[in-house]
Design a protein around this ligand. Sequence first.
Ligand SMILES: [Zn+2]
Length: 247
Amino acid sequence: MRLIPLEIGRVEGDLRAITGEDGWVTLPVAGWLIEHRHGLALFDTGMHADLQHTTARIGRNAEVFKPDFKPGEELTAQLSRHGIHPGDVAHVILSHLHFDHAGGTCEIPDARLVVQRAEWEAGHNQQLVDAGVYTPDDYDLGHDVQLIDGTHDLMGDGSIVCIPTPGHTPGHQSLRVELDSGPVVLAADCIYFQRMLDTMTVPRFGTDLDQQFDSMHRLAAMQTDGCRLIFGHDLEQFREIPIAGLI
Ligand SMILES: [Zn+2]
C-alpha cells in the first residue's frame, strides 16, 4: 500500500479561534490517496474549487479561516499529478463534513462516500447549516453514501480502518492505515498540529470538547503503542512527507 499526500491549498487560520493565542497560522488542507491492491481510496477531499475565486460559499468562516487556494491546486489536479483520474477512486472516506475536508467531493462523482452516520445527520441539521457550520452542497450530491456507526474496516482485511474520534464534530473519524513501514493514523481535525497534542488544546468551536479530549487521548495512546500520528493541519509535518507518499 501507498499513502500519498495531496495538498489541496491552504487556509490561514486565526490562532485566537484555534488555540486562543494572537496571530495566524498556515494550515495545509490535506487529502490522502491510498493505493490498496483492491482499489483506490481517498481520505478527505479538501476545498471546493470555487474558493480559488470567492469565499461566498463559506460565509463568515472566511473571517477566521482565509483560503489560500490557487487554480491547479484542486483535488482533481492533484490526483492527475499522480496519474489518477477521478473515476479511478472507488471510496471516499470523509473525516467530517467541514468545508476544508469535504469541499472537493463534487470532483469525484462516482465514488462511494463513507461517513459516520452521526456526522451525516449533523451535516443535515438545519440549525447548523443555517449557522454556516455545514454546507450540504459540498457533500449531498447524489453519491452512493455508506453510513457507518463506529469502527469500520474498509477493505475487510484490516489494512484501512475508520476510527471514530468524535468531539470536533459529532461524527468525526480518523483513519488507520497499515503500511509496510508500520501503522499510521490520519488524525484529521481531532488534532490539528503537534503543539495541540503537546499542550492538549482544542479549538473552542468544537462540538463537544470533553469528547474531543477523550479522542485525542486515544490517538496519543496509539502513538505510544508505535503508531505514527499524522495531524490534520500541521504544515511542518505535512511538508516532510514525500510527495510520492509513504509505503
Ligand atoms: Zn473541521
